[in-house]
Design a binder for this molecule. Structure first.
Ligand code: NI
Length: 195
C-alpha cells in the first residue's frame, strides 16, 4: 500500500465508525419506540458510586432519572453531554427530585475516586457509577449499551460507546432518549412531566 492509499484509510475508518454509531442509535430508537419492547431497556444493577457506596436500581426509585454511559478519558462526547446535562439540571426547580447518573464504560481507569474528581466540573447532582468489569458489563447489557476498547498509537486506548441520555421514569422504566440538542428549558420540561 502506498502513502496516498494510507492517507485515505484513516478518514474512511472514521466515517465507518461514525456510520456504525449512527445506525446503532437508529436501531436502538426504533426498538425502544415499539411499545412493549421499551421496557426491555434497563433493569437491576449493582455498582459503586463516587463516594464508594454500593448502589442498585432501588437506590434511584421514586424519582425520574437520567442515565448516561461514558468514560472520563473521553475527549469530546462525554464532557459535552455532561455539560448539557448540567445545564438541564440547573433549569429544574432546586428541590426537584431527580437522579442523574454517569455510568463508566471504562471501570479499569474510572475508579470511584477518578469519577469523583472528574464530576467536580459538572452539576453536583450527577453521580458517577463504577464497579468491577463484570458488574459494569451486566448494566451495559441491560441498557443495551455498545462499548468497545479502541487501542491508540501511544499504547493507551479510547472507548467507542453509545452516547444516549436515557430518561427513566420513577419506577426505573425506560421512557425515551432525551434530546440534549434542544434548549435546556425544553428538556427540563420533558423531565418535569415525569415527576
Ligand atoms: Ni464519550
Amino acid at each position: 500500500m502506498n502513502a496516498q492509499q494510507k492517507r485515505l484509510l484513516l478518514p474512511i475508518a472514521i466515517l465507518a465508525v461514525g456510520l456504525i454509531a449512527l445506525i446503532g442509535t437508529a436501531l436502538f430508537l426504533v426498538g425502544g419506540s415499539q411499545g412493549g419492547r421499551a421496557s426491555a431497556v434497563g433493569g437491576p444493577f449493582s455498582l459503586v458510586d463516587q463516594t464508594g457506596a454500593r448502589v442498585t436500581e432501588a437506590s434511584y426509585k421514586g424519582a425520574p432519572s437520567l442515565v448516561f454511559f461514558g468514560f472520563t478519558h473521553c475527549p469530546d462526547v462525554c464532557p459535552t453531554t455532561l455539560f448539557e446535562m448540567s445545564e438541564i439540571l440547573r433549569k429544574l426547580p432546586k428541590d426537584a427530585k431527580i437522579s442523574a447518573l454517569f455510568v463508566t464504560v471504562d471501570p479499569e481507569r474510572d475508579t470511584p475516586d477518578a469519577l469523583k474528581s472528574y464530576l467536580s466540573s459538572f452539576d453536583p447532582r450527577i453521580s458517577g457509577l463504577s464497579g468491577t468489569r463484570e458488574e459494569v458489563d451486566a448494566m451495559l447489557k441491560a441498557y443495551r449499551v455498545y462499548a468497545k476498547k479502541i487501542p491508540t498509537e501511544n499504547g493507551q486506548y479510547t472507548m467507542d460507546h453509545t452516547a444516549i441520555v436515557y430518561m427513566m421514569d420513577k419506577q426505573g422504566r425506560f421512557v425515551n432518549a432525551l434530546n440534549i440538542q434542544q434548549p435546556p428549558e425544553a428538556a427540563a420540561r420533558e423531565i418535569q412531566k415525569l415527576m
